[in-house]
Ligand binder design. Structure first.
Ligand SMILES: Cc1cc2nc3c(=O)[nH]c(=O)nc-3n(C[C@H](O)[C@H](O)[C@H](O)COP(=O)(O)OP(=O)(O)OC[C@H]3O[C@@H](n4cnc5c(N)ncnc54)[C@H](O)[C@@H]3O)c2cc1C
Length: 423
């Protein structure tokens, strides 16, 4: 099998939103596809997120002016960013690159690339899910970002600048207008922004499950197994080694194991600064009717979303690696913040969750063919926007696997941008 032959089979490693959507697109294109995960589809970061389809979120996480804010956040245990000190030596190179990514040139490049990746995500979800599941799982009422403070920080201003220049559909709101749009909110917000094109998923886990069901219906195979390594066998061919020693081979491979991706392909020489920004949620089960669109607290950087199973409060960034135990005090903190933003948030049974965002310092994923193993397509690192970026990523992965021209500019997602990285 050469790289110019049309591939007949593919192994997709990792059944989060990225792997599952990609596997579905491959199966629909007639490729015999096996989707491998040691957990059920969607059990990773893709289950517990805020569900926002933020198709105009073209503002990267690291922004000019942030360097000045970071020390304050780190010292504030209730702040949006927390670093576990024991993990700091391992995280330091990633954090340094993250701060470097706040330079305006990198920000502009990331912003333009995000525009291409995220635009049209709501419509593409409709196509991926089909009309019935889309009607059950997707809402489109926009998204609010609300601020208590009157003063705009330098990084906030940089974000607004980017939105204006990219022609994002948005409307500034006064305190009164916020109250009219979302009457359950307490009158604590001074100003707000309505991002009109955004949508949301009322159940992110059910969304992945629905895509997995469509994948199976399209002839795809789901395999429950833990991948030990993606490597080159003695004959020089790429292969997947499962835990227990079983070896699997196919014409093409897709590496979409979220925050765990790079460690699976170490043997192929993959060196990319992938780390995790862990996030938390608390879901108030059974609560409904409190808001009609995702509401982001602009000062505290978390999102409240009305989901099918209750009201979900999700966010925060914890730098602690994939393996440290969860610290659910961060989820409790989210609940405290949420209580302060509603007039009356009734008591309800709570569910706590922690998930590992797969994050690269420049807020962009890697979507690329691996140079040292061109039969491997890399698709990971979507950070805060994987639910939104999944439909376009799946299309790009399909085209890379099939060797077709990708109908989008993917140069900013190249793995080569980290060529000088040593880990
Ligand atoms: C609190 C929070 C809020 C968020 N809110 C939003 C939002 O509102 N909108 C948005 O667009 N994004 C949001 N995100 C980001 C989004 O959830 C992620 O970017 C996305 O889920 C990443 O998907 P993934 O498929 O790459 O990774 P994952 O969903 O983590 O999937 C990776 C899969 O790989 C599997 N895997 C790992 N190792 C192995 C192995 N050795 N063998 C087999 N399988 C393996 C795992 O079991 C897992 O199922 C949020 C994230 C968090 C944490």
């Amino acid at each position: 099998m050469t790289m110019t032959d049309t591939p007949r089979s593919a192994l997709v490693l990792g059944a989060g939103i990225i792997g599952t959507a990609s596997a579905l697109r491959l199966a629909q294109a007639g490729v015999a596809t096996t989707l491998i995960d040691w957990q059920a589809p969607g059990a990773g970061a893709s289950s517990g997120n805020a569900g926002s389809i933020s198709e105009e979120s073209i503002v990267p996480i690291a922004l000019p002016g942030m360097l000045a804010q970071v020390p304050g956040w780190l010292l504030d245990p209730t702040g949006p960013l927390h670093v576990r000190w024991r993990y700091l030596p391992r995280a330091a190179p990633w954090l340094a690159r993250w701060l470097l990514a706040s330079r305006i040139r990198t920000v502009e490049r990331s912003s333009a690339a995000l525009r291409g990746l995220l635009h049209g995500a709501v419509d593409e979800y409709h196509d991926l899910l089909g009309p019935q599941e889309a009607a059950r799982l997707i809402r489109r009422n926009g998204q609010l970002i609300l601020w208590q403070s009157d003063r705009q920080s330098r990084s906030e201003r940089a974000g607004h600048d980017l939105r204006e220049r990219h022609g994002v559909a948005m409307r500034w709101l006064s305190a009164g207008e916020i109250g009219e749009l979302e009457p359950a909110l307490a009158p604590v917000f001074a100003r707000g922004l309505l991002l009109e094109r955004h949508g949301h998923l009322v159940d992110p886990l059910a969304t992945v499950q629905a895509l997995a069901a469509r994948f199976a219906a399209a002839g795809g195979t789901l395999r429950k197994a833990r991948v030990a390594a993606l490597e080159r066998g003695p004959d020089g061919d790429t292969r997947v080694v499962l835990e227990g020693g079983e070896i699997l081979q196919a014409d093409r491979y897709v590496l979409s194991a979220g925050a765990w991706s790079v460690r699976l392909a170490k043997a192929l020489g993959l060196r990319i600064p992938l780390d995790t920004e862990r996030g938390y949620h608390v879901t108030l089960k059974g609560l409904g009717g409190l808001c009609t669109r995702p509401i982001m607290h602009g000062d505290k950087a978390f999102i409240v979303t009305q989901m099918a199973m209750g009201l979900r409060v999700a966010g925060t960034v914890e730098i602690a690696g994939t393996d440290a135990p969860a610290d659910y005090r961060r989820a409790e903190l989210l609940l405290e913040h949420a209580r302060a933003m509603f007039r009356d948030l009734p008591d309800a049974p709570t569910e706590h969750w922690m998930g590992c965002r797969p994050s690269l310092p420049d807020s962009l994923p890697v979507i690329d063919r691996m140079r040292t193993a061109p039969d491997v397509v890399l698709a990971f690192g979507h950070g805060h926007l994987g639910m939104t970026g999944a439909p376009a990523t799946a299309r790009m992965v399909r085209d890379l696997v099939l060797g077709r021209r990708v109908n989008a500019d993917i140069s900013a997602f190249g793995a080569g941008r980290f060529d000088h990285w040593r880990s």
